[in-house]
Ligand binder design. Structure first.
Ligand code: MG
Ligand code: MG
Length: 247
C-alpha cells in the first residue's frame, strides 16, 4: 500500500505523538515505579494531543502501552504489581492514532544503573534497527531490512526473535506485509515511495526461543535471558527513509 502526501502528513503527526509518549515515559522510569504508572503517563499524552490509542482494547489489551521488563520480549501488560528495580531493563512500546492514521514505536531503557551486558544488548538492538531502517529505500526489496537487522544482532553474539515481527502500518496498526527481523529466504516486495513500515527488532541475549505467558499476552525468552526491543514507524521516500516516530 502506498500512501499519498495527505496520508503521510497524518502519519507524521501520529508519529510525533508516539515520540512524545516515549519522552514522557522515559522521564518517570526509575527504581520504584510501577509499570501501571508508566501507562498512566502515556495516557495523559494521548489525551493532551487528542489522539486515540491503537493498543487499548486491541484483542482485549487493557492498556495504551506494553511494558516488558528483563526477559520479557514484548506485550507485557502494565500492572500495579510490577515494580521496576535498580538494574532492570524495560521495553516500552507505544502507539497513537491521529485522524485514523497510526504510529507505533518502542524503546528499551535501563532502570538506574544496569550491567555492561544489558547496556550492550540495548545498544546493539537499537543499532540493528538503524541498519534495518537504512534499507528502506525505493528499489530495494523489503527483506533486506531483516537481513541487515540479523547481521548486526548476530555479529554481536545475540539472537533475533522469529515468532514476532514488524509490519506495514497505515489505517490499521498491523497491515500486510510482515517485516521479519531475519532473512526469510526470499527478497520480498519491491520498495516504493509512500510505503510505510514499523520495523521492530526483538533481540535476545541468549537463544531466540520464546514462551507465551498464561495471561495470553506477555512473551518471554525461553532461556530466561534478557531481551531488548526497539521500533520506529518509517516511510519510504525518494530521498530515503523518513522516520515518523521522532519529535
Ligand atoms: Mg510497537
Ligand atoms: Mg509494531
Amino acid at each position: 500500500m502506498r500512501r499519498n502526501a495527505d496520508e503521510l502528513a497524518k502519519m507524521r503527526r501520529a508519529g510525533r505523538v508516539v515520540a512524545e509518549m516515549h519522552e514522557e515515559t522515559r522521564r518517570v522510569i526509575r527504581p520504584g515505579v510501577t509499570t501501571a504508572a508508566i501507562d498512566r503517563v502515556a495516557r495523559e499524552v494521548l489525551e493532551r494531543r487528542g489522539a486515540r490509542s491503537n493498543f487499548l482494547n486491541y484483542h482485549g489489551f487493557p492498556a495504551v502501552i506494553c511494558t516488558s521488563p528483563n526477559s520479557m520480549i514484548v506485550h507485557g501488560i502494565p500492572s500495579e504489581s510490577v515494580v521496576l528495580v535498580e538494574g532492570d531493563i524495560v521495553s516500552i512500546d507505544c502507539g497513537a492514532i491521529i485522524e485514523g492514521y497510526h504510529g507505533d514505536a518502542a524503546y528499551t531503557t535501563g532502570v538506574g544503573e544496569v550491567s555492561p551486558e544489558a547496556r550492550r544488548l540495548m545498544e546493539v538492538t537499537e543499532a540493528s534497527l538503524g541498519a534495518g531502517i537504512e534499507q528502506l529505500r525505493p528499489g530495494n526489496r523489503l527483506h533486506e531490512v531483516g537481513r541487515a537487522v540479523q547481521q548486526v544482532a548476530e555479529a554481536a553474539g545475540f539472537s533475533v526473535v522469529r515468532e514476532y515481527v514488524g509490519h506495514a502500518i497505515g489505517t490499521a496498526m498491523h497491515e500486510e506485509p510482515q517485516v521479519p527481523n531475519y532473512w526469510p529466504g526470499v527478497a520480498g516486495p519491491l520498495l516504493k515511495p509512500g510505503m510505510v513500515f514499523a520495523v521492530e527488532p526483538m533481540v535476545n541475549a541468549g537463544g531466540p526461543e520464546t514462551i507465551l505467558l498464561d495471561d495470553g499476552w506477555g512473551v518471554v525468552t525461553a532461556d530466561g535471558e534478557l531481551s531488548a526491543h526497539f521500533e520506529h514507524t518509517i516511510a519510504v521516500t525518494e530521498e530515503g527513509p523518513e522516520v515518523f516516530t521522532v519529535p
